[in-house]
Design a protein around this ligand. Structure first.
Ligand code: AMP
Ligand code: MG
Length: 490
């Protein structure tokens, strides 16, 4: 079959707008050849939404493409350059083990980056081998797809293939490549890179590109457009972080290179979902001082946005002090915007669709009690939603009983039917989240025994987290051991 025919059948429809940017932004190179690729998991519904043909991509030829051995027509693989603050320290980074194939234009005209993660060394690999291993790539697949189903903006996962290589980590592990799909891979760190090492003209090109791609509502001729870009990014991040907090998601490594401009969650390394409610929750073994703890995420996001704003200063105004004032003014809105999203979301979690002055106190009192009685975050709201308040110490305490009465009185003042506020709660309180012990169980069966059925079942129950289906009940069980640790799975 000719390359063109194969392409048509698979449904690839690439554009390469990023590769048309000036040279400073990327390096062109092709993925390393791998010995014997095998498809482990493939996302049919995502493929279809992208205009891709699952049957063709899962075939032998298709898997050669997903492993980087065949480059589909129209793709122009590049490694993107970026920098970033990692745990507060600025450094040059870039795609050290990832390659952007190009941008797939979907049948409805949307544009998505198609990126390989684990496809070999690049000029940005520093000491690394450019490879990825099966466990962490499946972990990213599971959690990113769970986030999507929870209605949280995120990069998606199209496929994981094994490469047939053994990769040395703490032991030899199966090599793998994840195909990641994203609105773009523009990061705060992309702007930091150009701000540090590029010209003002290159910075302007990047900012204009970003506006066109992610904020088309901003007028390209508006002299205020770079301030509007800052405002747009602030708005999206305020919304995103509120959504994380509302489901108890701990990203784990909120370095500026892991914060997108599009407002999607990116980079599922040491992330995990909180079980017992505690603002200090940290999972990552490398986050020794709790910089990226659950309760710190909003202030870290604001810190990252301040780094982003700094890069835009020369574009915002020729007068440096004036630019700082204008940017500072926007940044100072972040906490209010974040708090408004969070409060609205918390009200919904309690079935409240109108507003009363005392709501915040009601919510804070509940959270304080959850922390005191070490209540499971997800299951507390799940119990409220299904009205099964037993089993948890929290529910048996007299202070909770008092609080519960206040909450019921508040619900009754809404003059809404019970079924309407129960519906609201069911729409926002997940019956199931990717609990760490369940994710680990699925990964262990996959990596150690080649048994993918546990993962498939987990993916299935996570695909509709608000369904409250009978099969989800067993997935609500909390782990016996809460001292879970995650590792940056490189
Ligand atoms: P991450 O922790 O995935 O956000 O990656 C941080 C930086 O390390 C990025 O520049 C990655 O490309 C790079 N990196 C991570 N793992 C590897 C690897 N195995 N080989 C080369 N570079 C890597
Ligand atoms: Mg990263």
């Amino acid at each position: 079959m000719s390359n063109e025919n194969r392409n048509k059948k698979a449904g690839w429809n690439f554009d390469n707008s990023y590769a048309r940017l000036p040279d400073i932004f990327f390096v062109s190179l092709i993925p390393e050849h791998v010995p014997s690729p095998k498809c482990i998991i493939f996302n049919h519904s995502l493929a279809e939404a992208l205009g891709l043909n699952p049957e063709v991509l899962e075939s032998k030829d298709g898997v050669e493409v997903l492993a980087g051995n065949q480059i589909p027509e129209g793709a122009l693989p590049i490694a993107q350059a970026y920098a970033g603050h990692q745990f507060g320290h600025f450094t040059m980074l870039g795609d050290g083990r990832a390659l952007l194939l190009g941008e797939q234009i979907t049948p409805s005209g949307e544009r998505f980056d198609i990126q390989f993660k684990g496809s070999g060394k690049t000029p940005f690999s520093r000491g690394g081998d450019g490879k990825a291993v099966l466990g962490p790539m499946l972990r990213e697949y599971i959690i990113s797809e769970a986030m999507h189903a929870l209605d949280i903006p995120t990069t998606r996962s199209l496929a994981v293939v094994t490469t047939g290589e053994s990769i040395l980590r703490e032991s030899y592990l199966p090599g793998a490549i994840l195909t990641r799909v994203a609105a773009s891979h523009l990061r705060v760190g992309t702007f930091q890179y150009v701000s540090q090492w590029g010209t003002n003209e290159e910075l302007r090109i990047l900012a204009d590109y970003t506006i066109q791609r992610h904020f088309p509502e901003i007028d390209a001729a508006d002299s205020n457009r770079y301030l509007m870009l800052l405002k747009g990014v602030i708005g999206r991040q305020a919304m995103l972080i509120a959504k994380w907090q509302l489901v108890g998601f701990v990203h784990g490594v909120m370095n500026t290179d892991n914060m997108t401009i599009s407002g999607e969650t990116i980079d599922y390394g040491p992330c995990a979902f909180m079980d017992t409610y505690n603002l200090k929750t940290v999972f990552s073994s490398i986050d020794l001082h709790g910089r990226y703890a659950y309760g710190n995420q909003p202030s870290i996001a604001q810190w990252n946005i301040t780094r982003f704003a700094r890069t835009l200063l020369p574009l915002i105004d020729g007068d440096h002090n004036k630019a700082i004032d204008l940017a500072q003014n926007e940044i100072s809105n972040f906490s209010r915007l974040y708090h408004n999203h969070w409060l609205k979301g918390m009200r919904a979690k309690l079935g409240l669709s109108n507003e009363e002055q005392q709501d915040e106190a009601l919510i804070e009192n509940l959270l304080n009690m959850m922390q005191k009685y070490q209540a499971d975050y997800t299951n507390t709201f799940r119990a409220f939603t299904i009205e099964q308040l037993h089993e948890m110490d929290l529910f048996n305490s007299s202070e909770f009983k008092q609080w519960y009465k206040q909450w019921q009185d508040r619900l009754n003042r809404q003059k809404k039917t019970k079924s309407s506020f129960k519906q609201l709660m069911q729409r926002v309180n997940p019956a199931v989240i990717p609990r760490n012990h369940r994710v680990e169980e699925a990964l262990k069966a996959s990596v150690e025994n080649g048994d993918y059925s546990v993962m498939r079942r987990l993916l299935h129950v996570l695909s509709e987290p608000y369904a409250y289906s009978p099969e989800q009940v067993e997935y609500a069980t909390i782990p016996s051991n809460c001292s879970y640790r995650t590792f940056c799975g490189t």
